[in-house]
Design a protein around this ligand. Structure first.
Ligand SMILES: Cc1cc2nc3c(=O)[nH]c(=O)nc-3n(C[C@H](O)[C@H](O)[C@H](O)COP(=O)(O)O)c2cc1C
Length: 305
């Protein structure tokens, strides 16, 4: 809608929401949001890493608090998001600042296809960085890791605002060495910024400060959508000829045998098998996937639970 000054446009809150370019209007307000990996633990001790950009780095001082917004439900199946569940049960987390060289891991952690309880860190090939003051680990490959305890969770309509107290900051020495030169520090970290959702299948579009655009990253998950389930992803892989009917069935059985009993100590074999299957799939290493399925004990393919 035109303002009296023809060089300006004004949208009321409701007009923004109803507008066909609503997403673009929202991204116009945001400009570019740094990408963070957010790691939590479930009740069995499995670590889970998602990507978060709706982040506020200085929500409060003394104690120093940060805040971010996460969805409570998955868009496709309305199941509870694992991070939200984890934070309610185990109120601690680590935020690890994303870097350009880790763009592929953004697909693995930020597109919701890796099954519950399977560590995105393992699938992405990250090294766990033990935390000092919280139980969830950070990420060795990230130069900045922030350990936090949940201060409060405010449930809004679809998202929840999580406020955390920072209880530890783990910096790589090289970042510390540039502490008085912010530009040199940013250049070193080479952070990823989220600026839009584009493409088919739609994916978050990332850029870096040196304007590399868009960042080329792996496509993980369903062909047709940003959000989907593990079984739909497997169906897509079958339709594309990457796996056979039989292999799809084997993978889904292993998945179910893990999902029904997500204890990493008692169901260690299923966890290892499914992690390694996910890793071969995201690396598009079909030969290793086939070998893995061939050597897996046949009992893995029959549902017991
Ligand atoms: C670049 C990028 C930014 C994202 N930012 C957010 C965010 O700020 N809040 C959110 O709830 N989901 C965000 N997501 C989506 C989640 O990371 C994704 O759905 C994830 O799989 C949820 O994990 P969970 O089900 O294990 O909790 C983002 C994804 C990407 C790729």
């Amino acid at each position: 809608m035109k303002e009296q000054d023809p060089s300006r446009l004004f949208f009321s809150g409701n007009e923004m929401l109803a507008h066909s370019k609503r997403e673009k209007l929202i991204y116009t307000m945001i400009v570019g949001q740094p990408v963070y990996f957010l790691t939590t633990l479930d009740e069995f001790g499995n670590d889970n890493t998602m990507v978060v950009t709706q982040f506020m780095p200085s929500a409060d001082f003394d104690p120093y608090r940060i805040a971010f917004a996460i969805r409570r439900l998955n868009i496709t199946d309305n199941l509870r998001r694992q991070t939200y569940d984890n934070l309610r049960k185990h109120p601690e987390f680590v935020l690890s600042l994303g870097e350009n060289k880790l763009a592929d891991a953004v697909s693995i952690c930020g597109d919701p296809y890796i099954p519950y309880g399977i560590s995105e860190m393992e699938v992405a090939g990250f090294t766990r960085l033990p935390s000092r003051n919280v139980a969830p680990p950070g990420i060795q490959e990230c130069k900045v890791n922030i350990e936090c305890k949940v201060d409060r969770i405010e449930d809004l309509t679809m998202l929840s605002i999580v406020v955390g107290t920072v209880v530890g900051l783990n910096l790589h020495q090289s970042v510390w060495n540039r502490i008085d030169d912010r530009l040199a520090q940013m250049e070193l970290i080479d952070p990823l910024l989220e600026v839009d959702v584009v493409g088919n299948p739609p994916r978050h579009w990332l850029v870096t400060l040196n304007k590399e655009r868009p960042i080329k990253r792996k496509l993980v998950g369903c062909k047709g959508s940003l959000h989907g389930r593990f079984d739909q992803w497997m169906k897509d892989l079958k339709q594309d000829g990457h796996i056979t009917d039989e292999e799809e069935e084997m993978i889904l059985n292993i998945w179910k045998r893990w999902e029904n009993f997500r204890d990493p100590k008692k169901n260690v074999q299923m966890k290892q098998l499914l992690s390694s299957i996910c890793k071969h799939i995201v690396n598009e290493d079909w030969d290793s996937l086939r070998t893995e399925l061939n050597v897996a004990p046949s009992s893995s393919f029959h549902l017991k639970y």
